[in-house]
Design a protein around this ligand. Structure first.
Ligand SMILES: Cc1ncc(COP(=O)(O)O)c(C=O)c1O
Length: 397
């Protein structure tokens, strides 16, 4: 097997440089632990960027995928696919939605949602009803439609002209939202908790206001729960904390337990606008991915992992908040469940790298937020070790 260094050299030679240089390769994962190519062990507070919510290589997910792999791998959506129907039913039974469309990634789910909203707007309210409202600092993915709705300049630069008609508003500001909203608005897309935008939760009053405005005007409210959904906040979907429901919701990341998947969930009258021939995906709802996703959903709902996420998340946040009281470098601790951000008064990347040196993987968000999104099977002792390590790193800065 290649070493970290050998892989760094080979990856530089053969792969696009879009991810920048990577000096480490992960070769094995189990639960909340991963190992690199040189045999070093890490506590995984990153979970493949909020993907491996049920832990790495959970035996139930592995078994479901393996069983399906030997039975039928792919047939296309020209045919019904049993695990696809089963997963759709389980998602419907556990959400606001009536119907589901499956695709392969988050960005693709967002594309589907934007197309749906356009088609709904123009068919219900006329050809002028084509605009979107999205939030500053949002992140919705890297395809053209998704970057067009992403409120961070760095992702958009050099790719213009983008999809016209997207208005960006400061997150959580009701007046700015009202000012941008018009009869031309066909859809509003928001993350209930912004992930890449610094683990920034929406205010209750703000989301409820947006919900009311969209309901009054027959505007499609899309919640992007690609990062904050699938149990990450201690409830199956983050919007459940707010006492409201969207019309359309995008999912991806943790839905497949690590296998690539995206989904669009909607109430009937919104799903109906994507009738025969309007939208499709060759791989979407692939049998193997669906079988794995079914196992993931079962672990979350019946396996006690949602409750575990809520309990451990509260403990983790508490410990980070205590640390913040004694560390002038920490400006704020925010987030819900096991989606937590520690906002620093300086760049977060050196802290992330120092944690890695101590055997702990995490992510950053924006420039100054250290982000923790571990698998829900993480142990209390791992959380303690992480908070202690963070404390000593912050002290040494
Ligand atoms: C909220 C949100 N939406 C969309 C995406 C894009 O998902 P993908 O990378 O699967 O295309 C992400 C990815 O980080 C995300 O966090």
């Amino acid at each position: 097997m290649m070493t970290n260094k050998q892989m760094a050299e080979a990856s530089k030679k053969y792969l696009f440089n879009n991810y920048g240089e990577r000096d480490m390769a992960l070769v094995r994962g189990q639960g909340a632990r991963v190992w690199d190519a040189d045999g070093n062990e890490y506590i995984d507070m990153l979970a493949g960027i909020a993907v491996c919510n049920v832990g790495h290589c959970h035996p139930k997910v592995v078994e479901a995928a393996q069983r399906q792999l030997t039975q039928l791998i792919h047939v296309s959506n020209l045919f019904n696919i049993e695990p696809q129907i089963q997963l759709a039913q389980r998602l419907v039974d556990n959400s606001f939605a009536d119907k589901v469309f499956f695709c392969n990634s988050g960005a693709e789910a967002v594309e589907g949602a934007l197309k749906l909203a356009r088609r709904y707007g123009t068919s219900q309210r006329g050809s002028e009803c084509v605009e979107f409202i999205a939030a500053e600092n949002s992140f919705h993915g890297r395809t053209f439609g998704a970057i067009s709705a992403t409120g961070q300049e760095k992702y958009r630069k050099g790719f213009e002209p983008l999809l016209p008609g997207v208005r960006f508003v400061p997150f959580n500001e009701i007046k700015a939202f009202d000012d941008a909203f018009s009869e031309r608005t066909c859809g509003v897309i928001l993350e209930p908790i912004q992930g890449e935008g610094g683990v920034m939760p929406a205010c209750r009053e703000y989301l409820q206001h947006v919900r009311s405005r969209c309901s009054e005007t027959n505007t499609v409210l899309i919640f992007d729960e690609i990062q904050c959904g699938m149990g990450r906040t201690g409830r199956l979907f983050a919007h459940e904390h707010y006492g409201i429901e969207p019309d359309v919701m995008t999912l991806a990341k943790a839905l497949g337990g690590g296998l690539p998947v995206g989904a669009l969930l909607a109430r009937d009258r919104f799903a109906d606008v994507l009738g025969p021939g309007t939208h499709a995906s060759t791989f979407g709802g692939n049998p193997v991915v669906m079988a794995a996703a079914l196992a993931v959903l079962e672990l979350l709902i019946e396996g006690g992992l949602l409750e575990r996420c809520a309990q451990l998340g509260a403990y983790f946040k508490d410990r980070l908040s205590q640390l913040a009281e004694h560390s002038p470098k920490v400006k704020e601790v925010r987030g819900a469940g096991l989606m937590l951000g520690v906002v620093l008064d300086s760049p977060a990347k050196p802290v992330m790298m120092a944690l890695r040196e101590k055997g702990i993987l995490c992510a950053t968000a924006l420039d100054t937020v250290v982000r923790f999104v571990p698998p829900f099977v993480i142990e209390k002792a791992d959380i303690d070790r992480t908070v202690d390590a963070l404390g000593s790193i912050l002290k040494s800065l």
